[in-house]
Design a protein around this ligand. Structure first.
Ligand code: KG4
Ligand code: ZN
Length: 323
């Protein structure tokens, strides 16, 4: 069974093809150069670029898999959350394709897709899932497919957003995560950063204080590699402390870490040392992509969830607990 998955929630056009739960093709067209001059994603430009890129990218994905549209059994796309104009491009394209082919359509939640990318075959819930990306830092208790309890989220910046902003302060490129990681790996020492929200009651995250601290230290003229390493260590320590507190309180010993930040090697090492069963997305599946959307649809279809009505619209705001 072939499933086409599309994600256009932000500035990446993602088209993936999954066959019986296995990722066969996963193409992502980024837009870094397009938004660079503005210092952030310009929603209207993102939408227009998706519109230009999506169809040829989908055709290329099918060609690489050696199949045609009629071989698709299901079509899926991210319905939300995300930039509404950007979402609409991929979502409407997918609905149109499903309708034209007479195939079922699945409207996928972006965070469920991130979780699906890290969810190994055969792992049964309950478990904890941390989604850390450019737009989200959410910790969920996954009670089952479609059954999520939000334990905590960020109060301010998302984890990836903090990597991006600190990278800018350090004069590095976008996305900032990989740049900070590279600089930190070459550092001989780390400038200490305070770990946010130590001793808190709940499971919230906060990254804006780290960004402010980074700004102060940059103005002092401290060496950039040591700053990058100090920031990265504090950001990872914060994520780990909150998650490990939830592990202790809930008793769950299994953790999924998903989203763009999950690609960070120091972060992966930190969680691997935590004495838990921990799972990360395979290479290429942590950042926004279409294959994760197809994987989520595959899980939903297999679990007997009904397809989505084509009358259902895309939405910028959609809590995962309601998916
Ligand atoms: O999941 P994603 O592609 O998009 C969103 O849904 O937001 O995540 C992108 C984010 C960016 O902020 C990027 O800087 C961050 O993930 N990221 C990383 C790394 N690779 C990507 N952060 C830390 N370390 C990395 N290696
Ligand atoms: Zn994402």
């Amino acid at each position: 069974m072939w499933i086409l998955g599309i994600d256009t929630s932000c500035d990446d056009t993602g088209v993936g093809l999954v066959r019986d739960g296995e990722v066969v093709v996963n193409l992502v067209a980024g837009q870094v150069a397009l938004h660079e001059a503005y210092g952030g994603v310009v929603p209207e430009l993102a939408s227009r670029e998706h519109l230009k890129v999506l169809r040829p990218l989908a055709e290329r994905a099918l060609a690489e898999a050696g199949i045609g549209p009629k071989d698709l059994s299901l079509v899926a796309a991210t319905r939300g959350p995300g930039l509404i104009g950007a979402l609409l491009v991929g979502y409407t394209f997918a609905k149109g394709l499903a309708w034209a082919l007479g195939r079922p359509f699945y409207a996928v939640h972006h965070l469920e897709a991130h979780i699906a990318a890290a969810w190994p075959e055969g792992l049964a819930p309950p478990f904890l899932a941390l989604v850390a990306s450019g737009g989200h830092t959410h910790l969920f208790e996954v009670q089952g497919l479609g059954k999520y309890r939000l334990l905590g989220a960020t109060r301010d910046d998302a984890a990836g957003e903090a990597f991006d902003k600190v990278a800018r302060l350090l004069g590095l490129g976008y996305p900032g995560g990989p740049e900070i990681e590279r600089l930190a790996e070459g550092a001989e020492e780390a400038v200490p950063f305070p770990v946010p929200l130590r001793g808190q009651e709940g499971y919230e995250f906060s990254f804006s204080g780290l960004k402010t601290k980074a700004l102060q230290l940059v103005e002092k003229g401290l060496p950039k590699p040591a700053l990058a390493r100090g920031f990265q260590e504090a950001a990872i320590a914060h994520l780990a402390e909150v998650v490990l507190k939830a592990v202790q309180d809930t008793g769950h010993r299994v953790l999924l870490v998903a989203g763009g930040v999950a690609a960070n090697r120091a972060l992966q090492e930190r969680f691997r040392r935590a004495g838990l069963e921990v799972h990360f997305p395979p290479k290429g599946l942590s950042q926004d992509n279409g294959a994760m959307v197809a994987l989520a649809a595959w899980r939903r279809h297999r679990a007997g969830f009904p397809p989505s009505p084509l009358s259902l619209g895309a939405t910028a705001y959609w809590p995962l607990e309601e998916a």
